[in-house]
Design a protein. Structure first.
Lengths: 244, 218
């Protein structure tokens, strides 16, 4: 029994069909509880007022936007090394979800920035890197769309994902160098274990982050299943055309 | 390798349309800038380093789609892929010839256009140095983009979408070095970082370009 067994599409589909109801339920529950708790049952921040509540959308979306790209990087590597089709299709399936999360993070950030910073947009390092990440997602998706042969498309997009990751990290540091930040530091520094968010805001935020993670997982499993079935139906069509 | 370089250079010089087109584009973009922002000389001198860098970047981008497309169509790339010369080396040569026909003329033309944009006298040396150091990176990164999209019909626009985000670090460091130089600051730090990016991309990008080209030709 190893992880690679699920490289078999049938096994993968079986497992994902069994997991999906629980994932959807847990994701729905966590997102609902996190957002409702965050929006209605937390006090207003004494300086930011009620605008602080957008954090329950903004932070989880930004978290998943980066993790989605990271997941695509890992699955692209698996595709290039071991050539499991499920892996390539999972990367393809994750990209639109990732770009949506990036967009949510950018838009909610702008909505929060208008009353707080007095501007919708500033050329701050974090904002700019997210915009660049958005462009990378766009290019990745466009490349998938442009190539007819599925294997070539998977190959080329995988290499683009690897190269893009290197340049995304480079851009992150270049942008840091280029302009000083307006965006506050991270609220949940993983490295030090500490955090700068008070408990009343922290628990709903944590639940919301878990919920977004589960939601991402469920969406990717669902979309990967769709891609596998789409590929199968194409193969069946091609075969029946060949027989006729 | 030298034969390949000579062939590419010869084609660029004699086949028309390739060589000089990027330069003309650079000129036109730079000339259009005063029309769009107004002729105030202090404003122009503020934005001159950035405009020169952006113009050079766009001129590089414009000439990329003919870098591999013609060779792909007439089958030269298939021969190169099966030749004893590693594809990585062949693509490095292609990037070099692209730089010699596009990047280098831009570096030489930049001071002239700098005068038109009222670039501060202290900035000339920095603009030239940063362009000379940065344009090779634009060429090798561009070769990767060209290799990625060479098999796609009407891939030109897609290539711009793929290549431009990859140009971000180069542009930031290059334009920053030129900007700092132009306002009399020391631009050595961004210049060194720019050189690091150029050397890193020259060393690594040909492998990525060759890998995607093999996937396309397979």
């Amino acid at each position: 029994m190893s992880l690679w067994e699920y490289a078999n599409p049938v096994k993968f589909l079986g497992l994902s069909a069994r997991l999906q109801p629980y994932l959807w339920a847990a994701a729905g529950l966590c997102v609902t509880v996190g957002l409702v708790w965050g929006f209605f049952w937390t006090p207003d921040d004494f300086r930011q007022g009620s605008t602080v509540k957008i954090i329950y959308l903004h932070v989880p979306a930004a978290l998943m936007a980066i993790n989605a790209w990271f997941m695509m990087l890992v699955t692209s590597l698996i595709w290039l090394v071991r050539r499991h089709h499920v892996s390539a299709l999972a990367a393809k399936a994750a990209a639109p979800v990732g770009i949506t999360m990036t967009l949510i993070a950018l838009v909610t950030g702008a909505i929060w920035g208008q009353p707080m910073w007095g501007t919708w947009w500033a050329w701050d390092p974090r904002l700019t890197s997210f915009l660049i990440l958005f462009l990378f997602y766009l290019g990745y998706i466009a490349l998938w769309e442009a190539i007819d042969d599925p294997d070539t498309a998977a190959d080329l997009t995988s290499v683009l994902c690897l190269v893009g990751s290197v340049f995304a990290v480079l851009s992150r540091y270049a942008v840091n160098f280029w302009n000083q930040g307006l965006h506050q530091g991270t609220s949940v520094p993983v490295a030090t274990g500490g955090r700068t968010v008070a408990d009343v805001f922290w628990y709903p935020l944590l639940i919301s982050m878990v919920g977004f993670g589960l939601l991402f997982l469920a969406l990717v499993l669902y979309r990967t299943g769709t891609e596998i079935r789409l590929r199968r139906s194409r193969a069946l069509l091609a075969r029946s055309r060949g027989d006729a | 390798m030298i034969a390949l370089l000579r062939r590419d250079l010869m084609l660029a010089f004699r086949a028309g349309g390739g060589f000089g087109l990027g330069l003309a584009f650079f000129l036109i973009v730079t000339v259009l800038v005063p029309f769009s922002v107004g002729p105030q000389s202090d404003l122009l001198s503020t934005i001159a380093p950035g405009v020169l860098w952006l113009g050079a970047l766009l001129a590089c981008l414009l000439s990329l789609d003919r870098l591999l497309a013609l060779d792909f169509e007439d089958g030269t790339l298939d021969l190169l892929a099966t030749a004893p010369l590693p594809l990585e080396a062949a693509l490095s040569i292609k990037a070099l010839s692209h730089w010699l026909t596009t990047g280098l003329p831009l570096v030489i033309a930049a001071p002239v256009l700098g005068v038109m944009l009222n670039l501060a006298p202290a900035g000339f040396i920095w603009v030239i140095a940063s362009l000379a150091l940065g344009t090779p990176a634009l060429s090798v990164i561009g070769t990767f983009g060209a290799a990625l999209t060479v098999g796609i019909k009407r891939g030109g626009l897609l290539m711009s979408l793929l290549v431009l985000p990859l140009y971000v670090p180069t542009l930031i460091f290059g334009a920053e070095a030129a900007r700092r130089g132009a306002i009399g600051l020391d631009g050595t730090t961004p210049l060194i970082l720019l050189a690091g990016i150029t050397l890193g991309t020259i060393a690594l990008m040909p492998f990525a370009s060759a890998a995607v080209l093999r996937m396309t030709l397979r």
